[in-house]
Design a protein around this ligand. Structure first.
Ligand code: HEM
Length: 481
């Protein structure tokens, strides 16, 4: 390993935007606290505590702390205010929900007080409207029942088969013998997989524009200026949404007529047990949302798993031995059970770096979380990622230790919602098994053909998109096994 070269790469300056956001986050934490108060007074005699918090610096509030300093900031909030606190951020007032018990209250949603549609709508609504995550209650059930047909086991087997050649080609193409940034390379690979499995082949001459449109719609939700100002992120997001609508709409007739086994064709034919089907508009909306939901999540999980295995060669070797023992160049969906060590490392990667860092909800009525009064209309940021890095649910939570999921330890059983990278209950990730098989199939191929290492001391600077990701693209050097 050219450790010197890799060290040089991992010493790369942090991108200017990330540096500025980190500086803003640090300044917000240093600033004297002002305006600590209750979010609202609990009703007399309710026995509830108020949610306490403060707005943070004028204007941006704690936006950059939530995005750039998520773990340390959340631990601090939890120590100071407990499992629910409020803060200024994203141009509004947000209640931060931390720890498995509070997360369970919100996601289990037993009294129907929490709306996913109204929560997510504030952040990404204009770009991902009518996606299944932006629906509630009966309407959500209706759409999910139909969509579920496209994620059944027999379908997953076909998707897995269809992605195999793309994975083999993609892994083969990764540079060998020189350090390169892994994240963009994996992003290209997962886009190629999505193209094959979701759309059924080539994106055609529009491939670059489609890719760019997805990126623009995803980052638009993090715009500080949340208005349609030409040149701004919000504006580009809206423009890209229109482009994607037109792109998918243009193919509906062909897809409806086809008997293809790509996700797009399957959604066109999908029918629930009660004979319900999607309209053309539904299919366009769901395709845009699904492509978005699948892309960054699988990319970041794969990239971070490669990173951790590079820093922990003993785990890399253990996984490689397991993959070699399977005796197959490519895995099928039914082989996953035969790779238990791969599963431990996958779970630990998702615990350390859950790619959907925070999920959004809004309260539809006055309600309570963990004995605290939360008034109607409160926007909630449910901290899945920071909560998975907190004691007492996890021992030594910043350490990569896949064995914590093994029988005999099972730290994830400390609470039903301690490990929740895929969320929970009715909105639980519908692509959970798809995402798992994709990440593991890429890793299996990589382990069989390549070996890699990353300096143990290297701790990548984390930026935040849909969730945490390495700001420097994560340099790595591959060698033939
Ligand atoms: C490692 C990869 C992935 C992770 C960690 C992940 C995480 C999540 C999380 C946390 C949610 C819940 C959001 C909420 O409650 O508000 C979610 C929902 C969703 N995910 Fe994933 N996801 C992954 C991959 C995928 C893939 C590959 C697909 C599609 C093939 C997908 C499609 C969806 C959809 C459609 C929803 C909304 C479900 C609903 O509201 O009923 N995800 N995902």
């Amino acid at each position: 390993m050219t450790e010197r070269l890799l060290t040089r790469l991992t010493d790369q300056p942090i991108p200017v935007g990330v540096r500025a956001r980190r500086a803003a986050a640090a300044a917000a934490r240093r600033a004297p606290e002002r305006g600590v108060r209750a979010l609202a007074q609990p009703p007399a005699g309710s026995g509830l505590q108020p949610v306490m918090g403060d707005p943070g610096p004028p204007g941006v509030g704690y936006t950059f702390n939530l995005l750039q300093d998520t773990i340390a900031f959340s631990r601090d909030r939890y120590a100071r205010y407990g499992s629910v606190s409020w803060l200024g951020g994203f141009g509004t007032q947000v209640a931060l929900v931390l720890g498995p018990s509070a997360i369970e209250t919100v996601l289990a949603n037993r009294d129907g007080a929490f709306s996913s549609q109204q929560g997510w709508n504030y952040l990404i609504g204009p770009f991902f409207e009518r996606g299944v995550m932006l629906m509630d209650f009966e309407e959500h059930r209706h759409h999910r029942r139909i969509m579920q047909q496209a994620f059944k086991r027999d379908r997953l087997n076909v998707y897995q088969e269809n992605m195999t050649p793309t994975i083999a080609r993609g892994v083969e193409r990764l540079p060998v013998g020189r350090a390169f940034p892994l994240l963009p390379a994996i992003k290209q690979l997962t886009l190629d997989i999505a193209t094959e499995v979701f759309v059924g082949g080539e994106l055609g001459p529009e491939a670059d524009r489609v890719n760019e449109a997805f990126i623009e719609t995803v980052v638009a939700g993090q715009a500080v200026v949340r208005a349609d100002v030409p040149g701004g992120r919000w504006h580009k997001g809206l423009r890209s949404r229109r482009y994607l609508e037109q792109y998918f709409r243009g193919q509906i007739a062909t897809k409806r007529a086809s008997d293809g086994d790509d996700l797009f064709s399957v959604l066109c034919r999908a029918e629930s047990e009660d004979g319900e089907r999607f309209s053309d508009a539904d299919i366009v909306n769901h395709m845009i949302f699904l492509m978005m939901a699948a892309h960054d999540t699988s990319t970041i999980t794969t990239t971070m798993m490669v990173h951790y295995l590079g820093q922990h060669p003993e785990w890399q070797e253990r996984l490689r031995e397991e993959s070699v023992a399977l005796g197959k160049e490519a895995i099928g969906y039914d082989d996953l059970d035969a790779l238990p060590a791969m599963d431990l490392a996958f779970r630990e990667t998702l615990r350390m770096n859950g790619p959907v860092g925070i999920v959004a909800r809004r309260t539809l009525t006055d309600t309570e979380i963990d004995g605290r009064f939360v008034p109607q209309g409160t926007l909630l940021a449910v901290g899945l990622y920071p909560s998975q890095r907190m004691e007492p649910w996890w021992s030594d939570p910043d350490r990569f230790d896949p064995e914590r999921f093994a029988e005999g330890r099972r730290e994830d059983l400390s609470h039903k919602y301690a490990w929740a990278p895929f969320g929970g209950n009715v909105h639980k990730c519908i692509g959970m098994h798809f995402g798992g098989m994709e990440v593991k199939a890429i890793l299996h191929r990589l382990l069989l053909t390549r070996r890699w290492s990353v300096p143990a001391s290297y701790d990548p600077v984390i930026d935040f998109g849909t969730g945490p990701f390495p700001a420097d693209g994560l340099p790595v050097e591959l060698r033939p096994v």
